[in-house]
Design a protein around this ligand. Structure first.
Ligand SMILES: Nc1ncnc2c1ncn2[C@@H]1O[C@H](COP(=O)(O)OP(=O)(O)O)[C@@H](O)[C@H]1O
Ligand SMILES: [Mg+2]
Length: 271
């Protein structure tokens, strides 16, 4: 049944069962079994899964005055569905620029990118923002939580933009806040939470539209090692539950070591 089924369709569905409770039990069993399938998918060898991100000879230069800075210099890579990839490198090596390219927030000055089978440079503005909304979840410092919204409202925002029906949003918010372990704080404002809790909320928000790809720029940067580890464990759980591809920029060697693969950048190029 689609998310926006009419109440008549819901009544017809329920009438197929002896009682509404039986209908709910059947749906719950179905959800549990599809979660099991996804979790098996998440642990399989990602070399066998389709390519979800590919870049060929991608460069991005910025003009500053008369100078041109090569933030990315001839980068080619491919990432498979369900992979956890860490991107490391010194400050200024092009990590954030690379993530912005994958997130279709910025365009290359040269080269080609494919995201989930689509070439962002060939999409209309509308289709491009749909790709950003539905396929990609962002955990970026520049889009951290809104201070004037409670946690559950913060997590809802991308689903509102995607015009998801309110009832579906409420269910998804509760389930995500439970999964990241902060549902008891759903009515709190961000300033009432710790750094680790805020980061979990940012991850829940990135997941609300069930993206295929999560992009996280220094998600453990402001956390101590215990909270940093908890965040990486959470990403692993998300991958195993949903088969999500996770691409994390990090300075932290210990975090990077836990990825399936590490990409090291130096002066805008892959080492
Ligand atoms: N909007 C911009 N305008 C000019 N230069 C930029 C801009 N964004 C990034 N750069 C430059 O590109 C290089 C790579 O930056 P960035 O991707 O932010 O690196 P990192 O995230 O690894 O620290 C740096 O030299 C930086 O100064
Ligand atoms: Mg950066």
């Amino acid at each position: 049944m689609a998310g926006n089924a009419t109440s008549q369709q819901i009544d017809e569905f329920i009438s197929l069962f002896d009682s509404p409770l039986d209908a709910v039990k059947t749906i719950a069993a179905h959800v549990r079994s599809s979660r099991r399938e996804l979790s098996q998918k998440g642990t399989q060898n990602t070399r066998d899964t389709p390519v979800i991100v590919s870049m060929e000879h991608v460069s991005r230069s910025y003009k500053v005055g008369k100078q041109s800075i090569m933030a990315l210099n001839d980068v080619s890579l491919s990432i498979n569905e369900g992979e956890i990839v860490a991107i490391t490198g010194a400050s200024g090596s092009g990590k954030s620029t690379l993530l912005q390219m994958i997130g279709c927030l910025d365009k290359p000055t040269q080269g080609q990118i494919m995201i989930d089978g689509k070439d962002p440079s060939r999409l209309s503005d509308g289709k491009l923002s749909e790709l950003r909304q539905k396929t990609i979840g962002f955990v970026f410092q520049s889009f951290y939580l809104q201070p004037f919204l409670k946690l559950d409202q913060n997590v809802s925002v991308p689903a509102m933009f995607a015009r998801t029906p309110i009832r579906d949003i409420d269910l998804a918010v509760t389930s995500l806040l439970e999964q990241v372990g902060i549902n008891e704080y759903r009515q709190h404002f961000p300033k009432e939470l710790s750094g680790g809790q805020i980061q979990r909320a940012a991850i829940a928000r990135a997941l609300i539209n069930q993206p295929k790809i999560i992009l996280a720029d220094e998600p453990t940067g402001n956390l101590d090692s215990t909270n940093g580890n908890a965040i990486i464990e959470l990403f692993k759980k998300i991958r195993s539950d949903f088969g999500t591809t996770v691409i994390i920029v990090t300075h932290d060697e210990h975090i990077a070591q836990q990825a399936d693969r590490i990409i090291v950048l130096k002066d805008g190029a892959i080492l």
